[in-house]
Design a protein around this ligand. Structure first.
Ligand SMILES: CC(C)(COP(=O)(O)OP(=O)(O)OC[C@H]1O[C@@H](n2cnc3c(N)ncnc32)[C@H](O)[C@@H]1OP(=O)(O)O)[C@@H](O)C(=O)NCCC(=O)NCCS
Length: 214
């Protein structure tokens, strides 16, 4: 049976529609789930929204199982997914993203506006954000993003660091719901050029939050 490495307790309203957010583990059952559920979800994402991603359906549909498993096993990349229970015990991925990191970006990312400015700031990148069209505008993409952010902050805090989440919106996708979702979730636009938009969100562990507020 598939064992989830991380799951969130959703609000009652969300539980009634039967979905949970999980971090897909890298054990045997998690890798199996990746092949059977995450792979087709990602290929569908690339087919339905090619303007939003730098990869393509044509490229990735040619990957063999070994290539997908290599991707699923990468130590610094985690797939977070909202998964709905459907008939016969089956599970359907309805939203997903990849969290990549951490990398230590050094002083350029340190926030001098907070008192504890010597605290390290670790960077995570968020990509491949997608919600099935039939499930949009229900807060599901935001819930997946929140789960990834919470995980990144927990990891950073364990390393006595704070964290910054970075994400990009491709130029052709700039005026879609993606930008609105990120801004509503607290991401701030940090740069913009012909390739697209770059957003970041800084997250501070408990001690830094109180320092920042002081
Ligand atoms: C962008 C995307 C992931 C949003 O997923 P979602 O599950 O619908 O997002 P949420 O329901 O959590 O939306 C949260 C908020 O974002 C904003 N938002 C989301 N989609 C929006 C849209 N199409 N138009 C305007 N605002 C939008 C709204 O403020 C929304 O809150 P509200 O519904 O209470 O008004 C989804 O539309 C998608 O997969 N788009 C195609 C692929 C894509 O662009 N991915 C992003 C790559 S950078």
């Amino acid at each position: 049976m598939w064992h989830c490495g991380f799951s969130l307790t959703m609000t009652t309203a969300r539980e009634t529609v039967g979905w949970v957010v999980e971090r897909i583990p890298k054990d045997e059952s998690g890798l199996q789930f990746y092949l059977s559920h995450i792979r087709p979800f990602r290929l569908r994402m690339l087919q339905l929204a090619p303007e939003a991603y730098s990869s393509s359906f044509e490229r990735e549909s040619a990957f063999d199982d070994a290539a997908w498993l290599r991707r699923a096993s990468k130590p610094n990349a985690w797939t977070f997914a909202a998964i709905q229970n459907v008939a016969n015990g089956n599970r359907m991925v309805i939203s997903s993203l990849i969290l990549i990191g951490p990398s230590d970006k050094g002083s350029e990312f340190r926030d001098s506006s907070i008192a504890e400015k010597q605290r390290r700031l670790l960077m995570w990148e968020v990509n491949a954000v997608f919600t099935e069209p039939a499930f949009r505008r229900r807060g599901i993409g935001t819930a997946v993003l929140d789960a990834a952010a919470r995980y990144a902050l927990e990891e950073a805090t364990a390393l006595d660091a704070d964290c910054v989440l970075m994400l990009g919106v491709m130029g052709g996708n700039a005026e879609t719901g993606a930008r609105a979702m990120y801004e509503k979730a607290g991401f701030v636009l940090v740069s913009e050029d012909e390739l697209g938009l770059a957003f970041e969100k800084r997250l501070y562990g408990r001690s830094s939050v109180s320092d920042a507020a002081a």
